[in-house]
Design a protein around this ligand. Sequence first.
Ligand code: BGC
Length: 780
Amino acid sequence: MLKNQEIIDQMTLEEKASLMSGKNFWNTQDIERLNIPSIMLTDGPHGLRKQGGKADHLGLNKSIPSTCFPTAATLANSWDESLLHDVGYYIGSEAVDENVSVLLGPGLNIKRNPLGGRNFEYFSEDPFLSGKLAASMTRGIQSNGISACPKHFAVNSQEHLRMTIDEIVDERALHEIYLEGFRLAVEEGEPKTLMSAYNKVNGEYANEHLYLMQEVLYHQWNYEGVVVTDWGGNNDRIKGLLAGNQLEMPSTGGITDQEIVHAIKSNELEEDVLDQSVDRLLTLIFDTRSADTKKAVETKHHHEAAVEAAKRSMVLLKNEQDILPLQSGQTIAIIGDFADVPRYQGAGSSLVQPTRLPSPWEALQKTSLTLSGYAKGFKRFGGSSTKLKQEAAALAKESDIVLLFLGLDEGSEAEGIDRSDMKLGNNQLELVEELTNIHDNVIVILSGGSIVEMPFASKVQGIIHAYLGGQGMGEALSDILEGGYNPGGKLAETYPVHYSDVPSAPYYPGREATAEHRESIYIGYRYFDTKDIPVLFPFGYGLSYTSFEYSQMHVSSTHISLTIKNTGSRAGEEVAQLYVEPLDSHIFRARKELKGFVKVHLEPEEAKEVTIPFTENQAAYYNPAMQAWSLESGRYTLNIGSSIQDIRLSHTITIEGDDHAPPYNKEKLPSYCKADVHHIRDEEFHALLGHTPPASKWNRKKNLDHNDTLAQMKYKKGLGQMIYLLIVSIKKGLMAANKPLQANNTMFIMNMTFRQIPRFTSGKVSKKTVSRVLKIINLG
Ligand code: BGC
């Protein structure tokens, strides 16, 4: 008996099918005669992006003003589950106020590579941290009675060709790295909605993946909610339905609903599958409508919450001779375009219109600090300017301290496009060089949602990574600089010295048909720490204006307790991190893995006992031979650190495991056993996968079909190439006109498949028309 059996019994087949796709861009279908209302789903994840007028999922058209909180990459540095809950609560209450039932976030894909265009929207390179934070945010959003929507399930690791790319990943990495965060978010956050990813995973579209959806999500994790496609992410509607995708968004003008009706009438699909999907969707609709009572959102209070969230998320990376906090009496030069025009969020579907946005320059003028002036220093989108450099140098010379605001510009990290390198603009690097040559007290404030190479790190006295701090970033930063707030953020990702050090660098991104994850489980610190590769700043690292002492570690069967003392003269926050280190493993493993953390606030001289939950099962690995988690017997060191490199306490335990046979023949995986993942040869990768993966290149000679991307027109002569070149020249024109965001959006078109054209045009361009155009293109 289904939950909504009574209503379902009254519905016609056509009515049931009509619920399976959107009514328009953001709303579900309603059925008036049965009192089934339409609900609204909208972005997310760091603020409400409700579009009043024209709809799109690229951040092109304006949305109503809402509080812009720090993006996930920023919030993750807080390592603060209660903060994530609060931020979720605030965004959720703004959603309720606007009658939005499903907020499309949090995003928790793993940062496989620093060049990922949407890294700013994701939490971490580590699944445990990502999953815990996503679960808290989900609970916070849903505490308003609405639904969160963790996304994009799963292995969505690059923007390039995100609609079609086939992510080839071995089973262990799939479970330990790419699914584990989602497991935590689902089991601990209990989201009512989950968004499937555009990409394929090992040959199947994520949205049609029977193993990922039926076996893992619904069966193993007992997921009880709804799965919505990413916008336009449906491929074969019947396969999607069978895998457990109830809602296709946005509207397809009824095209795919008819496909469902036809499949049932022709006995290709059992009506029961449709009924169960309708049942889940109705549960979501009725459940989230209970949040209909509006909340009176206090814009000012939410802005203050955004400032607080930004403060707790910024990371102090360097503080030579305690140059920070700044002292009264010092004259301070404010240099760099990012001080005046803040970079505070990323581009694409998450772009919100902030309710207010004081810049760092404005906020600093309200402090007691003595500012000697502001100089722009460089052109934001590149190109050198001697005049701007000279003005900056002149201002620096007459000041005691230089606060230099650098960053990634708006066009360099955006949905739909990956970065091409990990560098700051040349003109910015030249400016640091120039200023550090003439000044001894340069402090860099960095804005950007991703990591960058910092060739200047040893030459400056201080570095604060402000990440993308949302609309409160200016005030948060000035409070940190002035010393009103003591920073306690810790990196949720590793800062490599060079991009070439990154484990996935040789394989990223997948350029045509597939993206091979040859580095397997060795993502971020799992590689750098295991292989002892020097890094600029390690995972979990962040300084404070005070210091902490760790003592008295005790291990029980359910948790670890320890005492942390603030040994300095300022109140501050510390994050103690638990890294588990297997000593007797028979398989290749990361040297240490994050399995717990706790954040504590301490007054000067105060000491507190804190606990980190830990059970032996957390030391398990995913055993592909068993298709289950296995626990190896042997010794494990439990390390408690202030970062992965700064281990303060440790204790070795012996675990009696299940001793399943190791899944690998070690001799066939020599590079993996040495964490030597930069040159994995075909045979070794195939041995790890257990099969030969499909060709990574497109077949350039074949005729294009509905599932090919528009980018593939490049290889056709005639009409195809003409359209391709037209898109390329539009992109170039927009870049030349200094419109990087719009230019990036042309990549969305390139990466789109032909099958999506009828859907994105709500049937105005029919499938037949697309077939005809394809015929002409294929003549070329
Ligand atoms: C993005 C999603 C977003 C959706 C709706 C898609 O392009 O990948 O994250 O929620 O659009 O805007």
